[in-house]
Design a protein around this ligand. Sequence first.
Ligand code: SP5
Ligand code: ZN
Length: 358
Amino acid sequence: MLGPLDSGTMGTVLVVASDRHRLHAPLAEIESSGFQAPFEHPGRADAIHAALAADDRFEFAAPDDAGLAPIEAVHDPGLVAFLERAWQDYNRAHPGTHDVVPDVFRMDALRDGLGGFVEPVSIDAELGRWCFETTTPITEGTYAAARAAVDIASTATDRVLGGAGVAYALCRPPGHHAPHGLYGGYCFFNNAAVAAHRAAATGSRVTVLDVDYHHGNGTQQIFYRRADVQYVSLHGDPVRAYPYVTGFADETGAGPGQRTNRNLPLAAGTDDAIYLGELERACEAIAGFGPDLLVVSLGLDTYRSDPICDLAVTTEGFARQGELVAALGLPTVVVQEGGYDLATLGENTKRFLLGLAS
Ligand code: SP5
Ligand code: ZN
């Protein structure tokens, strides 16, 4: 269990970061039936890093190497092994490919009446076996970048378990769309799930509060049947918003995890007043669960000018979000997820973190 909070260096927030995220740099994403410049690109993490580094209220630490164990605690080892070799295998079959993207997906229905799923052998088919959509290319450095993001989340969690009140994991690529055995939604390894499981393994009760615009289907799935980890999410209503098939209010957990899952779907155009009211309801659910430690999946894509989302949160709203979360009084690991308006991403992240540390 956790000891008393360490006030740390007065007034500073610990940021765990690495420039290895730049190793994941796709040329394009296939979205809305066309190739376009990726929304999820290295400039995002660089912009956040620059905004925090320019402010002496943040101090920086490099991640420790956490190894494979924390990843395989929440993901299928088959997915991990596949991601390690996928780019090389694909380029043996198709030399000179920069962005590796599946052109088939799981075609279970093609085997109706044939006696169940067959594990594919061809790399072309393997891609579709592990991936659920087209906006998440694998590049030569993707696996290394995704491993570094897990190292960052693990290190930030260790610092909070060690007494830091707040630590921010500047993870990229993001993670919350990756369930136990799939990748997609710009996500390969679920950094927030790694953080939550790592803390839960020490005996802590843990809540993951997900404020990214998109429902964290991966995190929800990983903890859906667990009693020791609660998942609470505010997100665009899946009736209109990606990932479309999860995030409904009636998904409340199962088995030992009954009532440990809470989804709060939001209407298009939701502004600060409505958002913060829903966040208060989320915080009530968290207080009812009574966690020892909080993991925040921080998405800034609820921002009013985000290029791929439709909520109307303001920069000031992110500061208020941080303050509301701070009122829970919990040791908190903040894990970076989405946010695609490059001009405001750094400032919005900074305001959330300063609100949280206030
Ligand atoms: C971490 C994160 O924020 N991932 C978000 C992934 C969103 N991917 C968008 C997928 C396609 C949405 N297509 C909208 C069609 C509008 N014409
Ligand atoms: Zn998102």
